[in-house]
Write a protein that binds this ligand. Sequence first.
Ligand SMILES: [Zn+2]
Length: 350
Amino acid sequence: MKRKILVAVLAASLAFSTWTVESIFAAGSNPESKLKQIQEDKTKAKADLNQARSALNEQKKKLQDLEKKVDSYDQQIAKYTQSLAENQKMLEKQESKFKKILVRMYQEGQMDYTVRLLEAETFSEFLARFETVRIIVKQEKAILDNYINIKRKIEKEKAAIEKEKQKQAPYLEAARNEYQKLVKSVSEKNQNLKHLEHQEELTREAIEEKNRLVREASGRYSGTGTGELMWPANGRMTSPYGWRNGRMHEGIDIANDIGTPIYAADSGTVSLMKSDPDGYGYYIVINHGNGLSTLYAHMYRSSVTVSLGQRVRKGQRIASIGNNGRSTGPHLHFEVHKNGNPVDPMPYLQ
Ligand SMILES: [Zn+2]
């Protein structure tokens, strides 16, 4: 029984740590995917926490029931102990009374009783007197025996309850240990959830920071685009723009081999070049003017052939497809920003 619980706890904690590790390494190809992964992990973590909490509550109830049971045994034992003490008192009282009677009879016997017995005028009178003494002794003896019997009975019942209490001891200990384990488990799962919430916040901040940088950059540089964009790379679109599974993908993904050329989607000025090893890898923003900017991500810095502030022509090669940053396969993450906000690139692409 105990072993079974241990195995279950072990299995649960293993499963728990496995998906936590997975969540770190199997994240998506950009901060949005990362955010999605974190949110999925958070849902799991919440369910995990709730499960642990209800297991804890159940165990708490079990433990309380057991403690109540043992407590009632303790109360019974206390009652028996008191009864025994009372009985003992009565027994002692009776014994001393009996002793007094015996002493008195002895003393009286010395001075009086024996004399009186012997002075009996007839044998039948002697017998009657003798019988009286005998009855008194017999009665006292019966009362004493009764107390002794009661004492034995109480002791027996008390011992039985103590045995029952002893039987509960290992269950109580196991229940307490299990309870402590669950308390620890709840606290760990709570911490994991807090950690994920923190990660979520950081990732959100990273996405906001990227959008802020793009906005700033478009203010610093002037662009001269046509407003019509060409496909920035050959390849297969593996992920469109938009909400998917509760997360926002702020661009499109174009998958192709590493080294595949990336072209400026329109004429403009290179307005931002930034390394983001935990997210977009190395990324470039080109300002095309009229509030339009494009962003290219997951490149390696070494593949980039333009520099900050450089004017580029539409179709000019600016870099190569990479697999840099939080990316699970070679692809270009391409965003279009209109007046500082990411928008769907598709209507702009020819
Ligand atoms: Zn993407």
